[in-house]
Design a binder for this molecule. Sequence first.
Ligand SMILES: [Zn+2]
Length: 117
Amino acid sequence: MRIIDCSEISKKSDFNNYDDYGTYPQADIPCAKCCNSIKIHFNNLQKHSSNSFSHLRNEDQLKMNIFIQLNQLTTPNSWLDYYCPNCHISTRLYYESWVGGRHGEYGFRLCFVLFDV
Ligand SMILES: [Zn+2]
């Protein structure tokens, strides 16, 4: 299992609805095994925020949960996961969903990614 900080692999790691709504920015998350990039959009982050739906099989989720526990990692409040469409390793992106600041403002900060390599 490998853990990589989003600031090391993505130029964009902060999203908010004031700046990013309608401009469709994206973060490119390169796979730690094959380097194939996945594009993460504002909508993807919004959809998965405080949502426990997983795209991974139970055993792959469990493997990641155990890794988090064993390493006593503090996880942000949101995540989304997927299999790399190219090499099929399981991947989980952790991010923080927040509200506040200016009126009606909300957004997301990408934190780190777990790769099953
Ligand atoms: Zn891959």
